[in-house]
Design a protein around this ligand. Structure first.
Ligand SMILES: *[C@@H]1O[C@H](CO)[C@@H](O)[C@H](O)[C@H]1NC(C)=O
Ligand SMILES: *[C@@H]1O[C@H](CO)[C@@H](O)[C@H](O)[C@H]1NC(C)=O
Ligand SMILES: *[C@@H]1O[C@H](CO)[C@@H](O)[C@H](O)[C@H]1NC(C)=O
Ligand SMILES: *[C@@H]1O[C@H](CO)[C@@H](O)[C@H](O)[C@H]1NC(C)=O
Ligand SMILES: *[C@@H]1O[C@H](CO)[C@@H](O)[C@H](O)[C@H]1NC(C)=O
Ligand SMILES: *[C@@H]1O[C@H](CO)[C@@H](O)[C@H](O)[C@H]1NC(C)=O
Length: 461
């Protein structure tokens, strides 16, 4: 509540509206109200449930993966708030995009889908299993099996021919970025493997999580001081590293490590990794307690994908606080100060073409510039703010609140250890893609973007 009235007042002067999102972070009801308003604005971007549209897709300029990330967020939204409003569109989207082989490899996405893109949908399915999100009818794909299908395909794609292992960014040779091994793709593998180990108790998944983590440190994509870098090109044997540090790369390894810590009943090696990653996260990715996307935010050149990354760090920090409760008292103050700043920026009133939520509640991107909404709006901004706000509802222990379940503690989702196995990476025949189109379709940073922009990141800073 500290300054939200002030925000509303000043915004009213500037733009002739008194609206903004006000939150009392000591009241669960107030947090849920704010989350509800923010979620409403987010889902107004979704057109996949309109007659004639394709369930699961967001309109341009949002790529397919971001819709997967959004539905993952909405499963947690339901879990944390109890609001079932968006459950039906969420189920419909996940089941439609599971595709013919029930593995989140729909043929329509061949030109845009990398290992990371598939991973964001698979992590949404994993979250559905852990949260006991309503199970689909028996003849439909099941949440746990969808995550297992993705895991099994990652195992098949593990590439020891270059860099001593690791997943490549791209699945298909013809997509730009096939020669790049990136942290987010390997992070998806690590995160899903750790969570499958915890959910099913099957050690094979834990062994793979360990293997991915070891490969990350062997290649120095996770440094000895726990910086998580973007990726490296296979032509250099992964020796030339793009050292940009994105919020979501830190988050995905932090959370997976916390899950491993939990799965092993408090193993000290995993505990040290959680501590190191959290320490680096809380120093590098925050300014005065407010989360910042360091490689691009201050310069104002985060792209559409990058404008959504902070929300995932909030998600994975909250998950860390649950899986490794010893971190709770470090994580929660950072989430709350970030959420306070984020909610203050949900005071924009762009045109109806840009924002169809409640007028005066459009969320901006930059949270560190007190009171001056930066005017950026969209799925990323809305999802970041929703995440920052709603993940403050996470409780310290299972006894105090709801924690993600496992098969032994009430999880009901049906698995299939062989899902996705033996499905050869489909190699559809497509026309070669122009370089412009490839870059446009690229997710996150590309090896090319790095060689052009990498230098700029550091010169600018
Ligand atoms: C699609 O879902 C959104 C968000 O729940 C809702 O506002 C809209 O009315 C729905 N449209 C249809 C056609 O069901
Ligand atoms: C693929 O695209 C076609 C044509 O737009 C659409 O009918 C179908 O539902 C899409 N499938 C998926 C899985 O998105
Ligand atoms: C694992 O997570 C559960 C649920 O939050 C928690 O109760 C338990 O204490 C955690 N285990 C360890 C070793 O911290
Ligand atoms: C803890 O985990 C590490 C990494 O997997 C492993 O090497 C070590 O043996 C484990 N320690 C114990 C006591 O199980
Ligand atoms: C925490 O991170 C800071 C900055 O990187 C580093 O100087 C410090 O040694 C780290 N502390 C621990 C306990 O890892
Ligand atoms: C454990 O997972 C592995 C890898 O998917 C699978 O081959 C094996 O059958 C699983 N074991 C059990 C008991 O489900």
């Amino acid at each position: 509540m500290r300054s939200s009235l002030r925000v509303a007042g000043i915004f009213g002067l500037l733009a002739g509206t008194g609206s903004a999102i006000t939150v009392d972070f000591n009241s669960d009801d107030s947090i849920k109200d704010a989350a509800s308003t923010t979620a409403f604005g987010l889902l107004k971007y979704y057109t996949g449930n309109n007659t004639g549209d394709v369930p699961g897709n967001l309109p341009d300029p949002y790529f397919w993966w971001e819709a997967g990330a959004m539905f993952g967020t909405m499963i947690d939204y339901w879990f944390l708030t109890g609001d079932t409003t968006y459950n039906d569109v969420t189920s419909q989207a996940l089941l439609h995009q599971a595709g013919d082989d029930r593995d989140f490899m729909p043929t329509n996405q061949t030109r845009t889908e990398g290992n990371d893109d598939q991973g964001f949908w698979a992590m949404a399915a994993m979250t559905a299993a852990e949260n006991n999100f309503p199970n689909p009818p028996a003849d439909q794909p099941q949440w746990l099996a969808l995550a297992q299908a993705t895991f099994n395909e990652y195992v098949e794609r593990w590439d020891t021919a270059t860099c001593g292992g690791g997943l490549r960014w791209q699945i298909f040779t013809f997509n730009n970025g096939f020669n790049y091994k990136n942290s987010i793709s390997n992070g998806c593998f690590f995160n899903i493997a750790s969570r499958l180990a915890r959910f099913t108790g099957n050690q094979t998944y834990a062994d793979w999580a360990e293997k991915v983590y070891d490969w990350m440190t062997d290649t120095n994509l996770i440094s000895s001081d726990f910086r998580v870098y973007d990726g490296a090109g296979v032509d250099s044997g992964c020796k030339e590293i793009d050292k940009a540090q994105w919020t979501y790369n830190a988050g995905i390894f932090l959370h997976g490590s916390a899950v491993m810590y939990n799965y092993t009943g408090g193993n000290t090696t995993w505990k040290a990794r959680v501590e190191g990653l959290l320490n680096e996260t809380s120093t590098y990715h925050f300014d005065n307690g407010i989360m910042v996307e360091k490689p691009c935010e201050d310069g104002g050149f985060c792209d559409t994908d990058q404008q959504s990354f902070k929300g995932y760090l909030a998600r994975w920090m909250a998950g860390t606080a649950q899986m490794a409760p010893f971190t709770f008292d470090t994580v929660m103050p950072l989430l709350k100060s970030t959420a306070t700043a984020a909610a203050e920026m949900c005071n924009g009133s762009p045109s109806a073409a840009e924002f169809k939520g409640i007028s005066g509640t459009a969320c901006g991107f930059q949270w560190t510039i007190s009171l001056q909404n930066d005017g950026l709006v969209g799925v990323g901004e809305q999802m970041n703010a929703l995440s920052a706000i709603m993940y403050t509802l996470v409780q310290k222990t299972a006894a105090e609140g709801k924690a993600p379940v496992t098969a032994d503690t009430g999880g009901t989702s049906q698995g299939d250890p062989n899902a996705g196995a033996g499905i050869e990476t489909k190699m559809p025949v497509v026309e070669p893609i122009s370089m412009g189109e490839k870059v446009a379709a690229g997710f996150v940073t590309t090896a090319i973007a790095f060689s052009l922009l990498g230098a700029c990141f550091f010169v600018v800073k």
